[in-house]
Design a protein around this ligand. Structure first.
Ligand SMILES: [Zn+2]
Ligand SMILES: [Zn+2]
Length: 367
């Protein structure tokens, strides 16, 4: 079928809306009429060439919409279901069977190589294959064909535009606190960066019952939103040495830290602000592929420090996304505070606004 998609022709270029061809859903695939797609930092990282992806191609990996058709072998999904889209996984390898599919043996092939797991491409333009299946979906488009494991059925009471970011940014931040770090009630949580992932970590820390939630963020408007969402303290990195600022709030050091900055200079300060037996979750995408985590071998032992790299909040979208949406419906997870909807045609403007920090989570609407 002919669909509209935002095609990225080359790294550094703009997204251009074009008519492209989408294949019919094959075995274990679902055709979704998209209603909204969140704009995630990873889309911008590919656009800027920090993260490789076959181009020309179609990005977008926080889609939501309505099931239009299911391919052979799809169970538990039917035409008309409201769905949110997340990353793809095989469902059969050890990590998938252990409930941590973001470490699937075939994660890279299914999400980042621009094709289905068998190498074929559902999206074509003038007969040539486009980079497709970005995070199993390529949802900067009016429609997509996604693997069934990327498709999560959601309650119809949830507005589709709010459900879109759950599949990546929101589950990443909330999952880092609730699943990767397993923050306990009464603990202290430090969040570096107040973008959509960091603020989702704040909402996760509130759900965990953390007593002290400290957010470090240079943009004042984002610090104010962090306070609204439940941060007990907000810090501006321009106000002085970060480790001293954090120790000023939590003299004994913080128990948990969630880093969304991927900046060595920030992490050096964070290590000096950790409590004994503390743990640090690394979520950010480094702008330099060879970036390293600066860690003193002696200090890491004295602190008994744990450092964990995190993909997608260690979440299983099929269970975690519906659970987070239940928290939203019960008024305990106010994702609406992060979202600003914009028409799909304004995708380049949305990218610019989010990069500037004017918008926390741009969600592009398709209809
Ligand atoms: Zn797997
Ligand atoms: Zn993402």
């Amino acid at each position: 079928m002919d669909i509209t998609a935002a095609v990225l022709d080359e790294a550094g270029g703009p997204f251009v809306l074009k008519q492209v061809e989408l294949a019919a859903p094959g075995p274990d695939e679902v055709l979704v009429e998209l209603h909204a797609t969140g704009l995630c930092h990873t889309d911008v990282a590919v656009q800027h060439g920090f993260t490789p992806f076959p181009l020309p191609g179609v990005l977008g990996h926080e889609g939501s919409g309505v099931v239009a058709a299911v391919g052979p072998g799809v169970a538990g999904l039917a035409e008309g279901d409201h769905v949110a889209l997340s990353f793809s996984s095989c469902g059969a390898c050890g990590n998938c069977r252990s409930g941590v599919p973001s470490y699937c043996d075939t994660f890279v092939a299914r999400n980042l190589l621009g094709a289905r797991a068998d190498g074929s491409r559902p999206l074509t333009l003038d007969g040539k294959g486009l980079g497709s299946n970005f995070f199993g979906q390529s949802s900067f488009a009016s429609h997509t064909v996604a693997h069934a494991r990327s498709v999560v059925k959601i309650p119809e009471q949830v507005p589709l535009a709010l459900a879109a970011p759950l599949g990546c940014g929101v589950q990443t931040g909330a999952g880092a606190v609730l699943k990767s770090l397993r923050a306990q009630a009464g603990s202290s949580v430090l969040v570096l960066g107040g973008g959509s992932v960091g603020l989702s970590a704040v909402m996760g820390a509130v759900l965990a019952g953390a007593e002290t939630i400290v957010v470090v963020e240079p943009v004042e408007s984002r610090r104010l939103v962090a306070k609204d969402l439940g941060a007990t303290h907000v810090l501006d990195p321009a106000d002085g040495k970060l480790a001293e600022q954090i120790r000023g709030v939590v003299p004994q050091g913080v128990r948990h830290a969630v880093d969304t900055t991927a900046k060595a200079a920030v992490l050096t300060e964070v290590v000096q602000a950790m409590a004994k037996r503390g743990s640090i979750a690394l979520l950010g995408i480094p702008s330099e592929p060879a970036a390293v985590f600066p860690l003193s071998l002696g200090l890491s032992q004295i602190l008994g420090l744990t450092v964990v790299g995190v993909v997608e909040g260690d979440s299983d979208p099929q269970t975690f996304v519906p659970w987070l949406l239940q928290q939203y419906l019960q008024g305990r997870f106010p994702i609406d505070r992060l979202v600003r909807t914009m028409p799909f045609a304004d995708i380049n403007e949305a990218v610019a606004a989010q990069v500037r920090g004017d918008v926390i989570k741009a969600v592009l609407t398709h209809r």
